[in-house]
Design a binder for this molecule. Structure first.
Ligand SMILES: [Zn+2]
Length: 88
């Protein structure tokens, strides 16, 4: 079984932080060490260092990220090809 692919979303951990360019709390991703490391905004790739905190999937809707079946495609960011409704 490909258990890794079925990782429960609510248990995954993410980092949220204040993006200086988006001027709001955003989801971040870890940058490669070769690219300077740290956390980057998923929207604009800016380095995010302000108010970083861990969050899990259950926290994301509170931060404005309605992902997967929680809120479907009501998110305006869904136009970017990250929408995961393929199995709808
Ligand atoms: Zn940003």
């Amino acid at each position: 079984m490909a258990v890794e692919e079925l990782l429960e979303f609510g248990e995954a951990e993410f980092l949220l932080g204040n993006c200086p360019d988006c001027k709001r709390r955003v989801l971040t991703y870890p940058a490669d060490a070769s690219d300077g490391g740290g956390s980057r905004c998923v929207h604009c790739d800016s380095s995010v260092t302000d108010e970083l905190r861990e969050a899990n999937g259950d926290d994301l809707p509170d931060a404005g990220y309605g992902l997967l079946e929680l809120q479907g495609c009501g998110n305006p960011d869904c136009g970017g090809g990250r929408c995961s409704r393929e199995q709808a």
